[in-house]
Design a protein. Sequence first.
Lengths: 159, 486
Amino acid sequence: MIGKHRPGGGPAGVREVPNVDRGRYERTEHTADEAFRLSAGDLSGIFVAGARALLEVLTDPQKVEPRENRSIALAADDNESLLVAWLNELIYLFETQAMLFSEFEVNIRPGPNLEAVVRGEPRDPARHPVEAVVKAATFQDLAIRRAGDGWETKIVFDV
Amino acid sequence: MADKNRESVKLQRIDEWRLRIPAEDGMNAEGLVFADERLEEGLRKDGSLHQVANVARLPGIVGRSMAMPDIHQGYGFPIGGVAAFDVEDGVVSPGGVGYDINCGVRLMRTDLDLEDLGKDLDTLANGLANSIPSGVGSKRSDLKLSARELAKVLESGVEWAESRGYTDASDRERIESQGCLQGADAGKVSQRAMERGRNQLGTLGAGNHFVEVGVVDEVNDSRAADLLGLQKGGITVMVHTGSRGLGHQVCDDSLKRMPKTARRYGIELADRQLACAPVDSPEGRDYLAAMSAAANFAFVNRQLITYWVRETFMRVLELSPSDLKMNLIYDVAHNMAKLETHEFEGQKRRLCIHRKGATRAFAPGHPEIPGEYRAIGQPVLIPGDMGRYSHMLVGTVHAMAETFGSTCHGAGRLMSRSKARKSARGRSIARELGDRGILVRSASRATLAEEISEAYKDVDDVVRVVEGAGLCKRVVKLRPLAVIKG
């Protein structure tokens, strides 16, 4: 299952997958950090939603253009560890390469393993004011579960 | 585990300053929360009391699972948490240190008063904002470190800064652990952590990190104040920051491994975030070696910022070092695990003390305190929020007996960042502070909004409790004049 790919755009050779769940995120209360409730129709959508929530913490998601691709491949012992590893990978790419990502194609396989193509651009301080130093995604309140027809979890970013 | 966290935590008042969490349900020790009735109201607003109880369920705990009055929910351990573990049969837990390893604070004094600053405060604030990298992505172009040089920083701490000319003569001895945790091993720090740290040495970061020019507003103990070089009306500078991305990554790296490690050693975790290893194990020693390296990075970070603060003051105010006399009083960590020897129930014990959002507060006479302060106790700096005051205190004999020489670290958050931003909407926080005589320079409007005073407990309430409980004694109260934030 693949996350959303921008219709009509993207580099040649990349498969377009229209109308796939990008997941939803909603901010929740937390005394010191940034917390979200993530929900999605499928498991990969949870990972997309988490990445979108991270971008929301960092800067205005609307201003990040999907100009460059990166591939990410990760493995972990369980879905929660995989989600934390995925989000921390994005944090690492931001801190060390100043890359911001706004579009995410995510494939979760049994293992669990993650393969993703992410699209974004280098941070431009004029267009991408970044207000928060995100230390890491954490395991606080993290429990990826089926909910109705879909999936949900909370995620807390230590800021 | 989940069931325990849903039940309400039992809380029994012991006296005016203390509450007990009885040892039940697998707890190996009682919980002890320092709070008066005013602060008690807020204790159940988040999961922090459950966290105190969960820490007490870890093996090898010595004494009680404690929480200071600035307590709020953290990662595994509460912020404001203090817990000691026997080095032979106890554990070390990265959640008991936090992501920002050796986030800490230091205070410098000067020979200046308000009149000396005069109309120059504005220019000084601008100068500090320009010379100290703050905010996301900022760095000094004149500080470029090779990987080998960074490794030296991690293993030598402030000794490295001294060899490069970034210190004054007495700085190193006025830093907790002389600015270098022994046993730091750069080889135990991942490549990823080194990459994150390399461009961030000498940067303030964001959030609640700051440089603050202040003035001594009130002297509570004139003898101690004299020994510390503080007088009413004297200008001071505080620096609050930590180990930046390097420390965050060291924590993340260890948290990836620790749950499996805990399982392998048969340690049952009430909370995954309390993932830990026996202190006396290869994994425990590896974490401590990496944590020490990150801690040394943070000590050097604060030292470099101090160097640029001194440089800026001298340049803007046209002063020589001997006119300015910007001396470091003390530098303390408030996110750390330290191996210390303490007396417990009549015996000397070697312990791994976790202080997470808590400060070491050693008693008068302790050999680790610089000679000139030893008679009064270890200086303890407790910053308040940016719109209010901060306190300098000293440690006590009672703290050694009750909390392994520990006390609180700050005001403690009350309000979430999103609520604070909502509350600040339509307001100019910079102007509000300016109306109260506080200049602020911030790279981020959102950060300012998140750091409004209403988002924090009143630090006076927190300090009243730790002083009332006998953990430390007030020396001076500081008022902010100019705050530089990320």
